[in-house]
Design a protein around this ligand. Sequence first.
Ligand code: 4NP
Length: 150
Amino acid sequence: MVKVLMVCLGNICRSPLAEGILKSKTFLKDVQVDSAGTSNYHIGSKPDVRSIEVANKNNIDIFDQRGRQFVVSDFDRFDLIYAMDNSNYKNIVALARGDEDKKKVKLILNEIFPGENLDVPDPYTGGIQGFNSVFKMLDEACELISKNIS
Ligand code: 4NP
């Protein structure tokens, strides 16, 4: 069983999409996927309606997800922790208790652009086009993640 955690700032736009996409690609595999936010802004909230809409358009249902904040015990519960951007990455690594924890944390776009340390742009303040573009990047990254785990 491989356990994967997707992390962004609010856990309502990017990481719920990443969770839904990776689940859709790994449902036949022994993989567990969850998501969280580094902030406490949207604890208990449903994903942003624009993320729900873009996911639906691609036959992925994320409606039942609820926002939660990343906690230190997530380092124990998960094998791979994917940060959506460099700011999330820094905030997660700042909570690491040592190298074992730090080694689990990766920037998700390094899956498709190795070593480039690119951000999945925060689509929160923009329009639906930003969410379409985020979906496409996450779909490509999750395709590789899915291939690389079991
Ligand atoms: P996310 O997007 O990190 O992709 O969920 C955001 C959602 C909410 C906020 C910022 C980013 N916010 O400031 O409330």
